[in-house]
Every structure is written in structure tokens, then in C-alpha cells.
Design a protein around this ligand. Sequence first.
Ligand code: HEC
Length: 151
Amino acid sequence: MNRIRLAALGGIAAIALGAGVAAFAAAPGYNPIVTRQSGQLLVLGSFVGIRQALLHKLPVKPFAEPALAMSRWFAQYPTLFPPGSDKGDNTKALPAIWTHFAAFRKDADNASAAAGKLAMLAKAGNTAGFAAQVKVLGGTCLSCHKEFRAK
Ligand code: HEC
């Protein structure tokens, strides 16, 4: 390895350390809009499944993992709104996301926390608590959509 390459690697390491967080380059073809929309459709699928289960009085335990996935998804969700992803692919994301990003992140964190609690209730097989928490989670969907998603 020659000196120039070593120096270049050192520079990259220094930048990575300076940033203090793992930075991943986007793979070719990465589309944050399609990614976030697809994720929301999967969230909807889990949500519909949960409501059907409650309607038909099915066990809630199998929803522990989907609820955990929703919790993790919403914790990551704001990262799928990089600057410049406000247009294209029929996005319904409103400009308020970028002008009020802290509030948007707060809504995502609320949804993440609500889904996390739902996962714990599912794991415990607490059907009544689970049913009540589904409403709390549904409320977090609505409040974010009201502020940040176009009709
Ligand atoms: C932090 C804000 C936020 C939360 C919380 C949230 N959403 Fe969304 N959702 C959005 C935004 C913004 C869009 C539009 C994304 C786009 O089009 O780029 C969206 C889009 C969607 C879509 C449409 C996807 C498509 O086809 O384009 C569905 C379905 C959806 N959300 C379901 C849900 C459900 C169900 C919940 C709760 C369990 C939820 N969302 C919670 C912000 C949120």
C-alpha cells in the first residue's frame, strides 16, 4: 500500500470518527420515497391484521414481532426524509416535515413508543391492554398524518 492511499484511508477514518456516527453511503438505486411508502403499506398490513384478530378474538401473542418491527420502523422513519425527497413518486409528504423536522421526529418517536408498548402487551398475552394500546397507536398515525401528510 503506498503512502498516498494510506493517507487517503486515514483521512476517511478521521472523517468517520469526526462524524461520531456510522455513515452509510446510499446504494445505487436507493429511493427513500418508495422505501418509506412501502414501509407504511407494510405497517398498514400489520395494523389491519391486528384489528382483524381483535374483531375475531384471536390470540394477540403472534403480534409481538410485528409490533416490535413497527416500533423500530418508526424510530428510523424520519431518516427516510432526506432533503430533496419532497418531490416525485407521488409523495404525500408535506413541506412542514422539513420546516418542522423536530415535531415530525417527535410524532415518529410517539408512534415508536406506542408500538413498543403494544409489543410488550402482546408478548404478555394481555388482550385487554393490547386492544386499548392499539387505539393509542392508531392515534399516533392520525396525528402525524394530520400535520405532515397530504390528503
Ligand atoms: C411521524 C409521522 C407518521 C406516523 C407516526 C405515521 N405515518 Fe403514515 N405516513 C406519513 C407520511 C409523511 C406519509 C407520506 C409518505 C410519502 O408519500 O412520501 C405516510 C404515508 C402512509 C401511507 C401511504 C403509503 C403510500 O402508499 O404512499 C399509509 C398506508 C400509512 N402512512 C399508514 C400509517 C399507519 C397505519 C400508521 C400508524 C400505525 C402511520 N402511517 C403512522 C407519516 C406518518
